[in-house]
Design a protein around this ligand. Structure first.
Ligand code: FES
Length: 159
């Protein structure tokens, strides 16, 4: 979304809409960033500039908050985002093997996007679904009790 006036206008619009919705208080920083991320797919540089002047928060502070939270991204993401739970309860019931199967299928590592822009792979901490671990989430779809042999079938649905 970077690089031309039209995209810049869309980014500005997304930032203003998020601030209008949640209010211009610094206490609402996370929901505002989350909303911008949801609307645009990630948080581009222009969004930090705009938000910095609207909330009177230094750009560097906004960027470090956005970099801290895994649900937020400062880089463009693929069409489909796979989140894999890397917390211990999922890990000990076969998470490690499932994680390897996902990486083998996509041929990318954590925090990478496939060259065709179709997939982004990220890890997440516990999703509160430990009783059905290992757990992976594709966009908004949750998969529990995932077995390495199921990974290809699950992901093929998003082709
Ligand atoms: S540890 Fe994976 S969902 Fe809780």
């Amino acid at each position: 979304m970077q690089g031309n006036d039209k995209d810049g206008a869309l980014v500005k619009e997304a930032v203003h809409a998020a601030v209008e919705h949640f209010g211009s208080s610094q206490d609402e920083l996370i929901p505002i960033l989350n909303e911008i991320n949801r609307t645009i797919g990630y948080i581009p540089g222009e969004a930090f500039d705009e938000l910095s002047s609207l909330l009177r928060v230094p750009r560097s502070q906004l960027f470090s908050v956005a970099s801290f939270y895994r649900m937020l991204s400062t880089k463009p993401r693929g069409k489909h985002v796979i989140q894999f739970c890397e917390s211990a309860p999922c890990h000990v019931v076969g998470g490690r093997e499932v994680w390897q199967a996902i990486k083998d299928f996509l041929k990318i590592e954590e925090d990478e996007t496939t060259p065709d822009g179709h997939w982004t792979l990220v890890t997440t901490s516990c999703l509160g679904l430990c009783s059905v671990g290992p757990v992976m989430v594709v966009d908004d779809d949750i998969y529990g009790n995932v077995d390495p042999a199921q990974v290809a079938n699950i992901l093929e649905k998003y082709r």
